[in-house]
Design a protein around this ligand. Structure first.
Ligand code: 4AD
Ligand code: MG
Length: 461
């Protein structure tokens, strides 16, 4: 008999005569002639209580069954006398599968998230992380469903690449050269033509550029994959490896791009609130008392929209002292973004039309000569969650921009080709998967929503 999932048994309408569960013991409580086990099998937040009487098979050898051990329990699903649970299992047999001794670190006491990060291989066995990672899985699925339902094609863009989409130089180098003795060119520089790919290569910071090539063929596409940034940002919202969703749409302008971003964020939040209702309760009750209200509020109202110029005016007029001064032409810092979304608008807000000097080479120039058709979606508690733009589809203007940014036409010949052969207006955005997950769960640190976080100075596991 194969194991049944506790998630399914918990939903049973009736008692059942013969069930089998397998999972890990959360707690054991002993009485004279019987003991209780709380067993969690990862399928849901709830653990199943098993009552093991002395007449159950395996009772005699059950000494080693302790917190952390894996077990098989067979028996009857019966209405529970205890409070907080509808069903429990009256065991006919209990079997220790793998023992765990008292060094198992997750004994029944509260641990800090900081400590649990050090045992990231065990932390999914806690209620909190179990819930985070079940929601993470459902959210990924909701994202694929959203795009699939709208006839977007899922494109796998490369992880190893020679291009730097964002032009910020935050690249992790990929090389098989001997670091102690690399081949050198005539000028003493490392000769990357001798490297594995015959050139310098990096981990991708974004799938956008390759995504644009597929949008120029399949129409509407999206990517969903890992991206890497070697930026030395030690914040609760930055990871060096994170997952990004990047839709790209042919024959599309910035307005439609902003519409899609809003519809997308709302739609996947709604789906997760439905499909992960039990797990989300944990966050509503214990992590952030205002979370449910905030999510419902976000779903019920349009996002606010302001131009960058209007945003700067709001920030200058608000009278609040910021650490970083606000002036037209400077990057909005996290404190500014959060003021806009948390205090001024008290709602998600899409800021668009940014100064061209602040943005990468591929963004489309607006007619004012000063701004580009860029947009960021800001949400309370996090700040930027989406960054996107309409792309420069006009060959001359793109080439001019590349020159200004010091980007060689020779290296990006394939990207420029798109503007030579059947160019069309197109637009897209990137959504940070972990940031969305933080927003949905109220979890305050990105290190707690990714299984094995990579941040400056840390790549354990
Ligand atoms: O704004 P970004 O840098 O935009 C791009 O990479 C574009 N190529 C996207 C596109 O238009 N296709 O990044 C997009 C989003 C950010 O809004 C943020 O949510 C997330 O990716 N992000 C990070 N998330 C976690 N850790 C980091 N270090 C991140 N950097 C960006
Ligand atoms: Mg950005």
């Amino acid at each position: 008999m194969t194991r049944q999932l506790i998630a399914d048994l918990m939903k049973s309408e009736t008692g059942l005569d013969s069930v089998v569960i397998q999972g890990w013991v959360r707690t054991r409580r002993d009485s004279k002639t019987f003991f209780f086990l709380e067993i969690n099998d990862g399928s849901c937040l709830k653990s199943m209580q098993a009552v093991v009487n002395e007449d159950a098979a395996g009772y005699a050898d059950s000494k080693g069954i302790a917190t952390g051990a894996s077990v098989t329990v067979k028996g009857r699903l019966v209405a529970s006398q205890g409070k907080g649970q509808k069903w429990e299992i009256q065991a006919d047999s209990v079997e220790l599968v793998g023992s765990a001794d008292e060094t198992f670190p997750l004994q029944k006491k509260r641990h800090s998230n900081e400590y649990l990060r050090e045992i990231a291989h065990l932390r999914p066995r806690t209620n909190f992380y179990g819930a985070v990672f079940r929601i993470r899985s459902k959210l990924a699925f909701a994202i694929h469903r959203f795009f699939n339902d709208r006839q977007f094609f899922y494109v796998h863009t490369p992880i190893v690449t020679a291009s730097d989409c964002e032009g910020a130089g935050e690249l992790f180098r990929v090389s098989t050269l001997d670091p102690k003795n690399p081949p050198l060119g005539e000028g003493g520089e490392i000769d990357s033509s001798k490297d594995f790919f015959g050139r310098s290569t990096y981990l991708t910071v974004s799938g956008q550029l390759e995504g644009e090539t597929y949008a120029s063929a399949l129409g509407n596409i999206y990517t969903f994959g890992p991206t890497f940034r070697a930026e030395n940002s030690n914040t609760s919202r930055h990871a060096s490896e994170f997952w990004m969703i990047e839709p790209e749409m042919a024959f599309c302008d910035l307005a439609a791009d902003m519409d899609l971003a809003e519809e997308f964020v709302k739609s996947v939040i709604k789906e997760v609130m439905e499909s992960c209702a039990d797990d989300l309760e944990l966050f509503f009750n214990f992590i952030d008392k205002e979370l449910r209200q905030r999510l419902e509020f976000v779903l019920s109202r349009p996002f606010q929209r302001v131009t960058y110029t209007e945003a700067v005016e709001i920030l200058q007029a608000c009278g609040k002292k910021f650490e970083n001064k606000v002036e037209w032409g400077v990057n909005l810092q996290s404190e500014h973004e959060r003021y806009l979304t948390e205090e001024h608008f008290k709602s998600p807000v899409t800021v668009y039309d940014y100064p061209k000097e602040l943005k990468p080479f591929y963004m489309r120039a607006n007619d004012d000569g000063k701004t580009v058709a860029a947009m960021d979606v800001l949400v309370p508690g996090i700040g930027e969650i989406v960054g996107g733009s309409q792309r420069e589809e006009r060959l001359e203007l793109l080439l001019e921009n590349m020159k200004k940014h010091g980007i060689s036409e020779k290296d990006y010949w394939w990207y420029v080709d798109l503007r030579r052969y059947g160019s069309m207006p197109h637009a897209g955005f990137g959504l940070g998967f972990e940031r969305l997950l933080m927003f949905i769960t109220g979890v305050g640190n990105i290190r707690d929503v990714i299984p094995y976080p990579r941040v400056p100075g840390h790549a354990e596991f």
